[in-house]
Design a binder for this molecule. Structure first.
Ligand code: PGA
Length: 250
């Protein structure tokens, strides 16, 4: 179990309408009645960020976004900047999720710019990395993840709050997860990269695991060394399951 304060972040992806706000409210109420050791965040579609933030106001629930453009403003039709996200009351943002790396060809360099943009806008970025199934089968998972971390986590983040999420692409939405040993091995490599880049402060960077985290496997995963929380997709859409995962942090 991690010595850091764990972070359990839900990633609603392209799911959620006004009616879904009740789920966040339920989480806020439940955490108010029985707080958890973990920080709990919901990274929501941009259309819901402002309304969610108002629905959970005064609670410990953190509302975040799922992506930002690296620039503060400009002719980027359809995009949203960190400043806009923060203006909508987001406090966190996911950058470099594999959905975006694979569907939109986001590179490590772009992800690094987005991470710095988050900082500029006052948001805490969750920077995602993770290997494909073919890369794992070729024995290249550690090399791939180390390379992604070096390219996507800029040194300019030194001294600010951010998290890294290890999300093996083959585990996302598949119901399959790596073994605890495999997760710990990658998290150790990420921790090593963090201390190389940020010295002592690298020990304080939360390293989250993501990919088919469910109430049924959360306790097993979250007890692992260097596993400081989880990025949760499908299971975060139901208040009850996100709460169960948050409570699995002890
Ligand atoms: P999943 O998604 O929990 O549904 O596998 C995780 C993620 O994509 O962040």
């Amino acid at each position: 179990m991690t010595a850091l304060r764990p972070l359990i972040a839900g990633n609603w992806k392209m799911n959620g309408l006004g009616s879904t706000i009740a789920q966040a409210y339920e989480i806020a109420m439940a955490l108010g009645a029985t707080p958890t050791r973990a920080r709990v965040a919901i990274c929501a579609p941009a259309t819901l960020v402002d309304r969610l933030a108002r629905a959970v106001e005064g609670s410990d629930v953190i509302i975040g976004g799922q992506d930002i453009h690296p620039d503060p403003s400009g002719p980027f039709t359809g995009d949203i900047s960190a400043e806009m996200m923060a203006d909508a009351s987001a406090r966190m943002v996911i950058v470099g999720h594999s959905d975006r790396r694979s569907a939109y060809g986001e590179t490590d360099a772009l992800v690094a710019r987005k991470a710095l943009a988050a900082l500029r806008g006052g948001l805490e970025p969750i920077i995602c990395v993770g290997e494909t199934r073919a890369e794992r089968e070729a024995g290249a998972a550690l090399d791939v993840v180390r390379r992604q971390v070096r390219g996507s986590v800029p040194s300019g983040l030194a001294g600010s709050d951010f998290a890294v999420a290890y999300e093996p692409r083959w585990a996302i939405g598949s119901g399959r997860t790596p073994t605890l040993d495999q997760i710990e091995e990658v998290h150790r490599a990420i921790r090593d990269e963090m201390t190389r880049a940020f010295g002592e402060r690298g020990l304080g960077v939360p390293i989250l695991y993501g990919g088919s985290v469910q109430p049924s496997n959360a306790t097993e995963i979250l007890k692992g060394r260097e596993i400081d929380g989880a990025l949760v997709g499908r299971a975060s859409l139901k208040a009850e399951s996100l709460l169960l995962i948050a409570r699995a942090t002890g």
